[in-house]
Design a protein around this ligand. Structure first.
Ligand SMILES: Cc1ncc(COP(=O)(O)O)c(C=O)c1O
Length: 344
């Protein structure tokens, strides 16, 4: 059911329970393939502010490895492509976007490391856990091109951006990118029951089928309840026009977020989400309390506040939510907001 929706791109799907497990499975499959191709060393390229999950391996591949259990001695070479400058850039995006995508290509080819090419590249299309930052527009295309040139396997982690959040089943496929593996979760069961999936492109599925064994699977993988929930969720998407409503939500969020440009408040929109970037973590806390006092729940992450609306939100609710956030940002900019600790 899932691979059919990717047209001719994919032909296998491995079910698991969490986004972390789907990414572990993807990295495991990619490693097995690289070993079968004859590589004994499989460096992994990730973005410094990407997040892929909470297992020991994925913590090394997430957020620059800051939460990784280093004493476990991973034994894998991880190359972090620095996103910090991009995230804090206020002008001259074009120059930095070029520098960023060049450093990504260099990490994949290994040339800037005086080393061999990467074996695996894993990227999330929007830096979700880092606070909600879009990447330079060409990032996925350059990653795909460089992976093809260097024989690396490209995993696009769509645990957050998939299932409508980024506007389509897969943001990457909808953008004309052909990853080798795509991971999905959250919207797969509409957040009701844990379920995730590693989707496998047809060429990679063919390579996997020649291996003696693919090591992926858990006790509860694809259990009956989760599978029923996914079928019901897909039914909702297809039969109740959710895909077109998602596009409308994305348009409304993008248009309404112009208010932040007018206010000079840093923000990024991605599909149905908008993230506001404030000067300090304290400002974001103030804003999140300002919003929740007025019935708007937005997720705070360091100095950012992210609105992640329901995919079927009514236009008036979206506009009202963005109005509340904008009222809050203007209060904060004027230094008029009282922080909750002071208020209480
Ligand atoms: C992009 C991305 N990848 C992976 C994960 C990990 O998923 P889980 O928490 O289900 O293990 C998350 C969770 O937020 C995520 O946003």
């Amino acid at each position: 059911m899932l691979t059919e929706r990717t047209e001719s791109w994919g032909s296998a799907a491995y079910l698991a329970n969490s986004g972390s497990e789907a990414n572990e499975a993807a990295v495991g499959m990619a490693t097995q393939i690289q070993e079968a191709r004859g590589r004994s060393h499989v460096p992994i390229v990730v973005l410094s502010h990407g997040y892929h999950g909470s297992t020991s391996l994925l913590r090394h591949l997430s957020m620059g490895g800051q939460f990784a259990p280093k004493a476990l001695g991973l034994g894998v070479e991880v190359r972090y492509v620095d996103c910090a400058r991009w995230m804090h850039m206020v002008d001259d995006y074009a120059t930095y976007a070029r520098a960023f995508t060049q450093s990504l290509a260099d990490a994949i080819s290994g040339c800037s490391y005086g080393a061999e090419p990467a074996g695996i590249v894993i990227i999330e299309p929007w830096l979700n856990v880092a606070g909600g930052y879009t990447l330079p527009q060409e990032t996925l295309r350059i990653a795909e091109e460089s992976c093809r040139e260097q024989g690396a396997i490209l995993i696009v982690d769509e645990v957050f951006t998939g299932f409508g959040r980024g506007g389509a089943l897969s943001f990457a496929l909808a953008s004309g990118i052909n990853p080798d593996l795509i991971t999905l979760s959250k919207g797969l069961t509409n957040g009701t029951v844990p379920l995730s999936v590693t989707l496998v492109s047809t060429p990679i599925a063919n390579e996997l089928s020649r291996l003696p064994r693919v090591f992926a699977g858990h006790t509860m993988s694809g259990n009956a309840l989760a599978a029923e929930a996914a079928i019901a969720s897909l039914g909702e998407f297809d039969d109740h026009g959710v895909w077109s409503r998602v596009s409308r939500v994305a348009e409304v969020v993008k248009d309404a977020s112009q208010v932040f440009t007018e206010q000079g408040v840093g923000h990024h929109t991605f599909g149905t989400c908008v993230s506001i970037h404030l000067h300090t973590d304290g400002d974001a806390l103030t804003l999140s309390r300002f919003c929740s006092d007025r019935g708007v729940v937005a997720r705070r992450q360091s100095n950012s506040l992210m609105l992640i609306p329901a995919l079927t939100s009514a236009e008036c609710d979206l506009l009202a939510a963005i109005d509340v956030i904008a009222a809050g940002t203007s209060e904060i900019e004027l230094g008029r907001a009282t922080i909750a600790e002071e208020k209480n």
